[in-house]
Every structure is written in C-alpha cells, then in structure tokens.
Design a binder for this molecule. Structure first.
Ligand code: AHR
Length: 668
C-alpha cells in the first residue's frame, strides 16, 4: 500500500471513530503525553542472567568439546572409553596427586602389549558439534613413565567412525609436557567424538585433554561458542547476572559456587558437581559437572564485550533452602565475606592490588568497573537477614558506592504458619535499605496477563526493584512439559509493559533460565535453545530483545481508555510509551492479547510535530500455541515496516495476538 492510500485509510478510520463517539460508541484509545515525563528509565532495564543449567555453560556456551577433560567427575572415566584393538592388552589407572595440581586427578595407561593399538575415545557432551572447514585445536598433558611411546595420533570421527579431521602430537617425554596440534574438519556432524590412538607399550600418563573449535567468540582461546554469544550480543543487554540462581547456593555448602576456584589457568580450576546433575529425578543428568572454564574472568570479559553491567551474585553462607539448607555458622562466615571483598578487588582493583594483579595477569589490566553485587540468591528467613547484614556492612565499609542486591526468597515461599515470606523480607529491606531488591516469578501465563498492574501499588520510597527471574510456565513450575509458546511470550510482554509503566521503581529485569540444550536440559522453558551445531531464540527471546533494544530514556505518561476485555480478569490492550532523548523518538509499545484486530485511536500530546517516517516492529503469531523450534527457528520473529503518520492523532490497527512497537520521530 502506498503512502497516499495509507493516508486515505487513516482519514476514513478517524472519521469512523469520530462518528462512533458522536453516536455514543467509544473505541479504545491510547493517549501518550510526551510533555509529561514520569521518570527516567534505567539503562539496565532489561538484561540477561546466565546460570549453568541445561548445559548452559559446560556443554553449551563454553566451547570445550571434551567432556570430563581432566578426569575430575565423580566417576573419573565418565565420557571416556578405552578400546583395545587386535592383540592389545592393558588398562587405565586413575591417579590422584594433590601436590601436582589444584585439579588432582590424571590417568596412567598401562599397556602390556601394543598389538594393533589402543584407542582412547571421548564422547563429548551428547556428541561433539563439528563444522566443515573449521580448525580444531587439540591439547593434552602427557608424561612417559616407561616404554616406547613417542607420539599420539588424533582423530575426530562421526558416529560411523568416519574420520572428519586428523592430526598428531609428538614429543612425549619423561617430564609432564603439553602437546598440541590443529586439524581442519572435512565434514560436519552434530555427534562427533575424539579418538586418541596410543601406539607402543609401557606406561603413559595423561591429563587435561582438550579440543576447542577455532571459531570461538572473538577467536579467544578457552573461548565461548560464537553463535550463542551473538544471540546475547544482539539483545544489547543492560546488565549481566551470573552465576545463578541456585548454583550459587549449592545442594550443600561444600558444593556452593566459589569464585576463586574459577579463575587462573583453565586447567587448574577446581571442578564441582553441577547441582542440576541430580536435582530433578525425572531429568537426571549424571554427566553434569562444572569445569569452571567459563569462570569469573570470562564472565567479566563477556559482560564488557556486550556493554552490559556485571552483576555477580555471591553465596552468603547458605546452601539451597530447597535442598539441605545448610548454614555456615555466624562465627565462621568471615572467609566468605572476605571472598566477596576479594571478588570486588578482582573486578575493580588496580593491577598492583592482590586480586587486581591476578586479573591483570590473566590479560585485563584495566578494571571491569563492577557497580553492584547480589548477596545470596533465593534466600529467606531470619538467618538470611543475619548473614546479609554482615556482608552488607563489610562491603559498604570498604566499597561505599557498591550497590547491594537483596533477595526475597523463592517465588511464593511461605512460612509454616502461612504468612508470606516476601512480606517478612520486605519489612526487613525497608529497614536495612539495600539499593535493590530482587523478586522472582515463575507462574502460569495467565498470571502475567492478569497482573500487568502488579507494581502500580508498590511503595515508591526505598529500594529499587529487580525482577531477577521470571518466565511463564505453560504446564507448571519447572514442569518438563513446559513450552516456549507464543502465549507465554505475549503475556510476558504485557507484564513487561507493566514493568515499564513502573520504571521509576522497576530498574532491572531478566528472564530465566537463559539457555537450554535440546538433548540435555533439566528445566524448561528457556530463552535460547541449541544443540551441538545450531541455536535459535524462542518467541520469549524476541520479546526480551525488543524491549531491550527499544527501551528509551524516559517514561512518559500514557493512558489507555475504553480497553476491550477478554474476560472478567483480563484486558486485551496493554500500552506504555517512552521518549528516547538520544534519538528524539517516542516509542510506543502495545500488546493486543485478543484474537482479533483492534483499531485504536492514538493521541500524541506534548509534541510540535511528527518529524518523519515511523518504524513499526511487529511480533505476532496466528496461534497462541505456536513456538519456534530447531526445525522452524524463525516462525515467530519481529517484522519491520514503515509508517507515515500525518498528524499527532491517528488510528492504528493492532494485529491479533501481537506485540507492536512504534517508533515515532518527533519535534517537541
Ligand atoms: O532459573 C532456574 C532456577 O529457578 C534458579 O536457579 C533459581 O534461582 C530459581 O529457583
């Protein structure tokens, strides 16, 4: 349709609306008063939260292809297999030497008879994703105890044993030595594996067997999967929360997340079982451990790459309260408090401070400029308050400008006597005044649509709000039947409009969890799905991305009138508007939750004129049950078009089941 036709159409609709109102009918209307700024909008309004759940880090974002590379799983040979060829005889011993490395286990191959050789195989994380034309970087630490081994032949093979890439490492010696080779893949497979051919007899030791693709994000060694990082970068997240989630707390305190175990030489990091390994009996994942290859240094670096504010969450002496709920006695939490202070120094200290030097030696002399820190994840009870206060005092004494994030327990956690945990915690936060309070919502989709006014009545004075975890659960909380349906995404969009309308209070928000491996997830829904080769954003991902990209700098007064209803608890039309002072645009966001188009009279007040063509971004789908998938990853994606609006009042028809964003350039 050309511009002339659009104008005629708009004029006709305006006329109809005027006639309807004269006749006593009233059409829905959205009034945006650009002259009435309600508040600024935090640049951190929409961010991301990465937790190593669903193979999100090991087996996912962290690009290492070898599973259990250092034999540190509870079952030291999990992921490995020793195949004896014709006439070969020998076995593997697992050794532990606490003096040799922070990462104490390694293997010794006892080869009594070489025969036609031994094959040490690694199966990868549900296979290895191998791409044609990409170079793969192999490394291994070896030591010759005795015998005639001189080299190792290396292969990457597919499920049929077809060799896709091959290389060789030489120079095995009687001292521990790191041997490396590179090899280019001739073909692609999602289920590759690694073969190490051992030829000779005697005793040979091995440790830290690693295989990385050469196409990691920014080509970094020990790097991240570039396609997954790109999806994150495209979101332009305002902040980046890490590492959890319940993973911070651990099933018990000995399994809690300890950031000092995650820095320095990747081969020297201290492994830990992943709490999601055994959390869900219906989704057991016995091969899920944390190598911490994506540790705190890589985290800060990625936050910097994305231009996102880092938001580390630390353990405050409490294990997961859904699990053991172990508490560190109050007289023993000193070292944990010191860990928190040291983390801040690692991020922000000068290169000659103790922990700043470690960061600098790892390759980043400049500080990361971390401004906030979360004390605990989903903690609750008076024991939390006690511990929070100790951490808060120590941090504020040393770093008065560091913003503190306090938790409100898990969504819906209640005391045995029935009163809501969140009320108790809020009463404490009003006294203790952390800068930010974190609330979580894992609820059915309808709840999100019915509660777009959730924050309208919150007390304004006091801490800012961080909606730190939320996601509509189509079947039930953390149910394996949950799906990333368009219904979930659309209703979350309506809730996000509610958050935006309360931008004076809600300063940050992020969806959770972020990643899900198609073959290795424990929890769904998830924002981004992937397998060993491909990745795609769910419909929810596009909602998050659109809100993040089209935030604006200031919230302006927006009134929705004569809203059509869906039923007694839900309305169909939800709207908010912001002004972007950097580009002089008004950004109007509208959710139409109805199954039919809705004509809306839009009235832009407080502006002199429209200064050019508007950009319309539409995210919609025919059915609320639609979803993106590996097979059809682009079923629900934003579409952009341009619109010529002649005056400050116009009619716009919002598509059924849609999120529409209109960016109107204005002169004020
Ligand atoms: O996002 C998954 C889990 O849900 C997080 O680890 C936890 O904080 C919440 O209960």
């Amino acid at each position: 349709m050309n511009v002339f036709k659009i104008r005629i159409l708009v004029s006709i609709i305006v006329l109809i609306v005027i006639m309807m109102s004269v006749a006593g009918f009233s059409a829905p209307a959205i009034e945006v008063d650009v002259g009435r700024i309600v508040s600024d909008i935090s640049p951190t309004m929409t961010g991301i939260f990465i937790e190593d759940i669903n193979f999100g880090a090991d087996g996912g974002l962290y690009a290492e292809l070898v599973k259990n590379r250092s034999f540190e799983f509870d079952w030291p040979l999990m992921g490995w297999q020793l195949v004896k060829k014709e006439g070969a005889d020998g076995r593997i011993l697992v050794l532990r030497d606490n003096n040799r490395s922070r990462n104490p286990r390694y293997i010794r191959l006892l080869i009594h008879q070489a025969g036609e050789g031994f094959l040490l195989k690694n199966s990868g994380f549900r296979g290895m994703g191998i791409k044609r034309g990409i170079e793969y970087r192999f490394r291994v630490d070896t030591r010759l105890v005795q015998g005639d081994f001189t080299r190792l032949r290396i292969e990457i093979v597919d499920t049929q044993g077809k060799v896709l890439a091959k290389g060789q490492v030489n120079g095995i010696s009687s001292d521990w030595k790191t041997l490396k080779c590179r090899m280019k893949a001739r073909e692609q497979t999602a289920r590759g594996s690694l073969n190490i051919w051992i030829e000779g007899s005697g005793q040979l030791e091995m440790d830290n067997v690693s295989l990385f693709p050469g196409d990691t994000w920014k080509g970094r060694e020990n790097g991240l999967r570039a396609d997954l990082v790109q999806l994150l970068v495209d979101m332009k997240p305002g902040f980046f929360r890490f590492p959890g989630g319940c993973i911070v707390e651990g099933y018990n305190l000995s399994q809690r997340y300890q950031w000092k175990h995650t820095i320095g030489d990747p081969m020297e990091r201290i492994w830990n079982i992943n709490r999601w390994n055994f959390e869900f009996k219906h989704r057991l994942t016995p091969d899920y451990f944390q190598s911490y290859g994506l540790g705190f240094y890589e985290y800060f670096l990625l936050a910097e790459d994305m231009g996102a504010e880092p938001m580390p969450i630390i353990n405050c002496g409490m294990a997961c309260q859904f699990n053991t709920a172990e508490l560190m006695p109050m007289d023993q939490i000193g070292p944990l408090v010191q860990d928190a202070l040291d983390l801040i120094e690692f991020a922000n200290g000068s290169a000659d401070s103790e922990w700043g030097k470690i960061r600098s030696d790892m390759g980043h002399p400049d500080p990361f400029d971390m401004k906030m820190i979360g004390i605990g994840n989903e903690q609750w009870g008076p024991q939390y308050i006690e511990r929070y206060q100790i951490f808060a005092k120590a941090i504020k004494d040393k770093y008065p400008d560091m913003a503190l994030i306090a938790a409100t327990g898990s969504d819906g956690s209640i005391f045995p006597d029935g009163h809501r945990e969140i009320d108790y915690l809020w009463s404490k936060w009003r006294e203790l005044k952390p800068e930010i309070v974190d609330e979580h919502f894992y609820r059915k989709p309808e709840w999100f649509l019915e509660n777009t006014d959730w924050y309208d009545t919150y007390q304004r004075e006091g801490p800012g709000l961080f909606v730190g975890e939320y996601a509509a659960q189509s079947a039930g909380v953390a149910s394996p039947d949950n799906r990333n349906t368009w219904k979930c995404a659309l209703y979350e969009a309506a809730f996000m409009i509610g958050m935006e309308r309360n931008a004076d209070l809600v300063r940050m928000s992020c969806y959770a969890p972020l990643f899900g491996h198609e073959d290795a997830w424990q929890w769904r829904p998830d924002l981004i799905w992937f397998d060993n080769l491909n990745a795609y954003g769910s419909a929810n991902y596009y909602v998050q991305k659109l809100f993040s990209i089209h935030t604006g700098t200031h919230l302006v007064l927006t009134t929705v009138k004569d809203v059509p209803v869906l039923d007694t608890t839900k309305t169909a039309l939800h709207a908010s508007a912001t002004l972007d002072q950097t580009s002089d645009e008004v950004i109007i966001k509208v959710v139409n939750a109805a199954d039919m188009p809705v004509d809306v009279f839009l009235d832009l007040k407080g502006i002199e004129e429209i200064a050019g063509e508007s950009c319309v971004i539409l995210l919609s789908s025919k059915s609320l049950e639609d979803e993106n998938s590996l097979q059809v990853p682009q079923k629900i994606v934003p579409a952009e078009s341009f619109l010529n609006i002649s005056g400050t009042q116009f009619i716009y028809q919002f598509e059924p089941y849609s999120l529409t964003i209109i960016r109107v350039p204005v002169k004020k």
